[in-house]
Design a protein around this ligand. Structure first.
Ligand code: WTA
Length: 648
C-alpha cells in the first residue's frame, strides 16, 4: 500500500508542449527508464556517444571498487570541448552563450560561443603561465560575472581541479577549503556588487589565504576595466588578470582527460564536522549533466535559459556551466539580487531577454509572493515555456502561484530533487511526460533507481530515500577522507544503496515527495548548513559551555535556524552582548547567510539519561507543539524552563 498524495491535483503537460518535447509521453519515458535500469551500459554508452571523446571508453561501468563506481573507463575527453569547441565547429560560433546582466542595470555583456571559447583559452593559458597544471587545485572566489564561468572552464581546459567558493562565505571558510585542498592559486576579483553595496572580495581572500602556504599566486580580475578598481590592498603574490592576459598565447589545446580524472571539488555541509570536499570526475559528470539538461529543461536551439543560482553552488556548476553549455543554448547570467533595485528585477530580466526556461529556488518564489503580484504583472512574461525549482521542497501554495502568475497556467514546472553529491537531477518531472503534482519531485530520472525504504532496507510508503543503483554523475568520494565517504553515504543499508539523507513519501501513483533532511543538516533558503558546524562556532566563545542548533519552519526561507546556548556556570554577562558576539562569529567563521533567526540562552538542554541532546524536543518547543515522548528525559523540568525562555 502506498501513501495517499499530500496534494492530489494533477497538471498534465499541454498537448502543444508534448508535441515538441525532447521526450514525449509516459510510455516513452517508461520504456527508456526500463532500458536504462536493465541495460545501463547500453543506455549510457548511447548517450555518451552523442558527445565528443578523444578516445572511446573500454567499459561503461566498472563496479569492482564499489562504492567508488567508475564510468566510461579508459575514455579520454575534455568537457570544455563539449561545452565550446563542438558548438563552434558546428556553426554556433556567433550564437550567444552568455547574456550577462550586471547588478548595475546599465552593465551588460554578451559572449558568443566563439568568444567564450577564446576567453576560456586565454584564461587557461594565464593559469599555465602562473604554474598551474593538470591535477593542481585552484580555488575560485568571484562574483557572478562571466569570469566565474570562464575560470571554471579554464581549469577544466587544462585539467586543474577547481573548487568554487560561493562569494558569500567568510575568510575563514576560504581558509578551510584552500587548506583542505592545498590549492596552488586562488582567483578573485577586486570587488563585486550586492544590492548596491560593494563586496570587497579581494580583502576577504587576503585574510583567508594569509596563512595558506600552498597558495603561490592570487589572480585578480578587475570587476570593471573602464572604471577605477575597487579599493584593495596589493601583495607580492598578486597578479592582475588584465595585465597578464595579453602576454600569453591565444590558443590553448584541451588537455586530454581520463574519464575518471577529477574535474572539481565542491565543499558542502554534512551532519558532522567541517564541510567536506565532494569529488566529481570528468566523464560521468559530463554525460549526466548533458542529458539531464537536455531532457529536464527540454533544451532546443533558440531557447533562452536562465538559472538564478550562483555558480558557487552545485546548481550553478551543473545547470549554468557544464550541462547547459553542452547543449549549446543561450543563457542569462545575472550578478545581483532579485530585489535590486526593486522587486521586479527578475521579471524585467525575463522580459528583456525573452527568457524561455526559468529555473529558481522555492525561497525566491515565496519572497515574490510576499512582495506582491504588482511587481510581476507589469512585465511581459509570454516568452516563458518551462519553469523549474531546486534546492528545497516547494510548498503547494508557492507552486500554484508560480504556475498561475509566472507560468500563465501553461508552462510545465519541473521540481528537481538532487544534491551536490549526485551531480545532477535525480527525481524530476520530465516536461513532455509527467503530470505534475504541486510539491512533488515526481519520478526518477533515466538511469535512477530510487526507492523509499525503512531502516532495514524494506520498501515502504513513508521513510528514507535511497538510490539503489550507481549513476554516472555520482560523487566519487570525499576529498582526503575515504572513511567519511563510506560512513556518510554507504552505511545505512550495509553499503548496498546510496543514502542521500532525505526523508520521502511514495504515493499511490509512485510519485516521490521529499519531506526534508533526516540528519542534522538544515536547508536555509536552499543552502545547506550543518547544525554541528554552527554549534562548533558557538562553543569557541569563551562564555559558552554547550549549544544545540535546530532547523524550524520559516515562511520565506523554508527553514530557519534556532540556536540554544548554555553559558558556563559562574560567567557573568548580558545576553544582548553575547547575542551580538555570537552573530559576529557566525559571520566571520561561516558567512552571514548562516545566521540563526533566534539565539536562546538557557541553563540546560533536554538530554537523555545517557547525555544525548534531545533535538526532537527542542524542535517541539520551537514550533510550539505538544511535546513528544519525554520518558527518556533525564530532567523533565528543563523543558518547562526552555519553553519560557523561548517565548520571552
Ligand atoms: C534539498 C542542491 C526537496 C534536499 C541541488 C537535498 C530538495 C539538499 C530539492 C541538497 C527538491 C534539493 N525538493 N528538497 N526539489 N532539491 N533539496 O547539495 O534536502 O545544496 O538533500 O544541492 O537540498 O542540497 P545541495
Amino acid at each position: 500500500m502506498s501513501a495517499p498524495s499530500p496534494d492530489t491535483r494533477k497538471f498534465p503537460p499541454t498537448p502543444e508542449f508534448v508535441a515538441q518535447a525532447n521526450l514525449s509521453g509516459v510510455e516513452a519515458y517508461k520504456a527508456a527508464h526500463k532500458r536504462s535500469l536493465d541495460d545501463p551500459e547500453g543506455f549510457w554508452g548511447d548517450i555518451a556517444s552523442e558527445l565528443t571523446w578523444m578516445k572511446p571508453w573500454d567499459k561503461v561501468l566498472d563496479d569492482s571498487k564499489a562504492p567508488v563506481y567508475e564510468w566510461f573507463v579508459g575514455g579520454k575527453t575534455n568537457v570544455t570541448v563539449n561545452c565550446l569547441d563542438r558548438h563552434v565547429a558546428n556553426g554556433l560560433a556567433d550564437q550567444p552563450a552568455i547574456l550577462w546582466e550586471g547588478e548595475p542595470a546599465d552593465e551588460t555583456r554578451v559572449l558568443t560561443y566563439g568568444q567564450l571559447l577564446a576567453e576560456v583559452e586565454r584564461f587557461a593559458n594565464v593559469l599555465k603561465a602562473l604554474g598551474v597544471g593538470k591535477g593542481d587545485g585552484v580555488s575560485i572566489y568571484l562574483p557572478m560575472i562571466p569570469e566565474l564561468a570562464i575560470s571554471v572552464l579554464a581549469c577544466a581546459r587544462i585539467g586543474a581541479v577547481h573548487s568554487v567558493i560561493f562569494a558569500g562565505f567568510s575568510a575563514e571558510s576560504i581558509k578551510d577549503r584552500v587548506m583542505d585542498q592545498k590549492s596552488k592559486l586562488v582567483i578573485t576579483a577586486d570587488g563585486g556588487w550586492r544590492r548596491g553595496k560593494a563586496l570587497m572580495l579581494k580583502d576577504i581572500v587576503d585574510e583567508g589565504v594569509a596563512d595558506c602556504s600552498s597558495i603561490e599566486k592570487v589572480l585578480v580580475v578587475q570587476r570593471h576595466l573602464d572604471k577605477e578598481p575597487f579599493p584593495h590592498t596589493w601583495n607580492d603574490r598578486d597578479v592582475w588578470y588584465h595585465e597578464i592576459a595579453p602576454t600569453v598565447p591565444a590558443e590553448c589545446a584541451p588537455e586530454e582527460m581520463d574519464a575518471e580524472d577529477m574535474l572539481f571539488l565542491l565543499y558542502t555541509s554534512g551532519s558532522t564536522g567541517k564541510p567536506k570536499g565532494v569529488m566529481h570526475t570528468t566523464g560521468g559528470y559530463m554525460v549526466y549533466t548533458y542529458l539531464t539538461s537536455k531532457l529536464t529543461f527540454d533544451l532546443k536551439p533558440g531557447d533562452v535559459y536562465w538559472c538564478t543560482a550562483d555558480v558557487g553552488w552545485i546548481t550553478g556548476h551543473s545547470y549554468i556551466v557544464y550541462g547547459i553549455l553542452q547543449n549549446g543554448v543561450a543563457q542569462v547570467m545575472y550578478e545581483g539580487a532579485p530585489n535590486s533595485p526593486d522587486e521586479s528585477r527578475f521579471w524585467q530580466i525575463v522580459e528583456k531577454y525573452k527568457v524561455s526556461i526559468f529555473y529558481t529556488a522555492p525561497t525566491a518564489i515565496r519572497a515574490f509572493m510576499k512582495w506582491g503580484d504588482q511587481h510581476v504583472v507589469k512585465h511581459d512574461l509570454s516568452s516563458l515555456r518551462l519553469l523549474g525549482t531546486v534546492g528545497e521542497p516547494i510548498n503547494p501554495e508557492a507552486w500554484m502561484w508560480y504556475h498561475r502568475l509566472i507560468g500563465a497556467e501553461k508552462c510545465p514546472i519541473v521540481d528537481t530533487w538532487w544534491q551536490t553529491e549526485t551531480g545532477g537531477h535525480m527525481l524530476t518531472p520530465l516536461p513532455g511526460v509527467t503530470a505534475t503534482k504541486p510539491g512533488s519531485a515526481t519520478t526518477p530520472f533515466l538511469g535512477i533507481d530510487a526507492a523509499v525504504l525503512d531502516e532495514d532496507g524494506n520498501e515502504t510508503d513513508r521513510g528514507i530515500l535511497a538510490i539503489r543503483k550507481p549513476w554516472p554523475a555520482m560523487l566519487r568520494g570525499v576529498w582526503g577522507d575515504e572513511q567519511r565517504f563510506k560512513d556518510t553515504y554507504w552505511c545505512k543499508w550495509g553499503g548496498k544503496y546510496y543514502f542521500p539523507g532525505d526523508g520521502a513519501i511514495k504515493d499511490e501513483d509512485g510519485y516521490f515527495w521529499i519531506t526534508g533532511r533526516v540528519d542534522d543538516v538544515v536547508n536555509v533558503s536552499g543552502h545547506r548548513i550543518g547544525t554541528a558546524e554552527l554549534e562548533s562556532v558557538f562553543v569557541e566563545h569563551p562564555a559558552v559551555a554547550e549549544s544545540a542548533v535546530i532547523g524550524v519552519p520559516h515562511e520565506i526561507k523554508g527553514q530557519g535556524l534556532v540556536a540554544f546556548v548554555i553559558i558556563r556556570t559562574g560567567v557573568e554577562g548580558e545576553e544582548a552582548v553575547w547575542r551580538k558576539e555570537l552573530t559576529a562569529m557566525v559571520d566571520s567563521k561561516i558567512g552571514k547567510f548562516a545566521r540563526p533567526e533566534k539565539i536562546v540562552f538557557s541553563a540546560d538542554l533536554p538530554k537523555t539519561r545517557s547525555g544525548k541532546i534531545m533535538r526532537r524536543l527542542l524542535r517541539d518547543i520551537a514550533e510550539d507543539r505538544p511535546l513528544g515522548n519525554v520518558t527518556t528525559l533525564a530532567d523533565p523540568s528543563v523543558v518547562d524552563n526552555l519553553k519560557e525562555k523561548f517565548k520571552a
